[in-house]
Design a protein around this ligand. Structure first.
Ligand code: CP
Length: 302
């Protein structure tokens, strides 16, 4: 049984195959009839132990466009609240003859744990601070769509790197596709091991913007911060917030990205988030085609 647990162990050719397949699905879902029969008779459970807007809706739409049968589980309204374990919950869902599980969980490694215990295909839709592989794939797709081949392109990932699964999956994905990566943020929010992964580390947002072709801006994840980190949101926005005037000062048009949800006025001002340089809603649009590609390819390899 095949899974998508993270980007770290994918081959570059796997990533390229997913991105090429996504391109074909993007053409399909822009036709008047958006639905294809590729996953007819496949049942997929979207099992979310953590909140989500984009990822959950995007997976559900991708599954429906592929004609899969879909069930949705949200821990907040489930018997998890009565003490049922992750494994019992998923085994109960699987006994209803489910073929694939798309799972979001707050614990890093939860999808790997499940993949060792059950027979369904597992897709990681975000596991704590670890990986968010489909986000990295849709980010790479959106970057390629905007600037072409990523070989030699410079991507700055700016914000709360320490708590971000999007940052780690992006780093792995971008490096495999030949891009140069810089992370930029306050030193309290950048993990110490990152230089070992071959990424540049910066603490000055204006320098990062001047260096890059693409800025992928991340949210401060207050919900994951166990202790009170410096800086406060006010200080963060003062020293690391990006606004349109900062983009206009540059001698080039960089591409601005954000995985969402945005803390408007903290990491991005509205005039930057909604500017012509922003491809934030294109990222969301491309997420459906990329997730169709992932589900379709996993189903082929059963
Ligand atoms: N980008 C992202 O994962 O958003 P959600 O948390 O809303 O799914």
């Amino acid at each position: 049984t095949r899974h998508l647990l993270g980007i770290k162990h994918l081959q570059t050719s796997d990533i390229q195959l997913i991105l090429e397949t996504a391109k074909e699905f993007k053409e399909v879902i822009n036709r008047p009839i958006k639905k294809v029969p590729s996953l007819r008779d496949i049942t997929i459970a979207n099992v979310f132990f953590e909140n989500s807007t984009r990822t959950r809706l995007s997976f559900e739409l991708a599954e429906k466009r592929l004609s899969a049968d879909v069930i949705n589980f949200s821990s907040a309204s489930s018997s998890v609240k009565k003490g049922e374990t992750l494994l019992d919950t998923v085994n109960n869902i699987l006994s209803m003859k489910v073929d694939m599980v798309v799972m979001r969980h707050s614990s890093p490694g939860a999808p790997v744990f499940l993949s060792n215990k059950i027979k369904a295909n597992i897709v990681n839709a975000g596991d704590g601070t670890h990986e968010h592989p489909t986000q990295a794939l849709l980010d790479a797709y959106s970057m390629q769509e905007k600037v072409g081949d990523l070989t030699g392109k410079k991507v700055a990932i700016i914000g709360d790197i320490l708590h971000s699964r999007v940052a780690l999956s992006n780093i792995y994905c971008l490096q495999k596709l030949g891009a140069e990566v810089m992370v930029c943020g306050p030193s309290t929010l950048i993990p110490k091991h990152l230089p070992k992964l071959g990424v540049k580390v910066g603490h000055n947002v204006k320098e990062a913007l001047a260096w890059c072709d693409i800025a992928n801006v991340l949210r401060i994840q207050l919900e994951r911060q166990q202790i009170k980190y410096f800086p406060s949101l006010r200080e963060y926005s003062l020293y690391f917030g990006i606004n349109k005037a900062m983009l206009d000062e540059l001698d080039k048009d960089i591409v601005l990205m954000h995985p969402g949800p945005i803390n408007r006025g903290v990491e991005l001002s509205s005039d930057a988030a909604d500017s012509d340089q922003s491809i934030i809603l294109n990222q969301v649009e491309n997420g459906v085609a990329v997730r169709m590609a992932v589900l379709y390819l996993l189903a082929q390899k059963n």
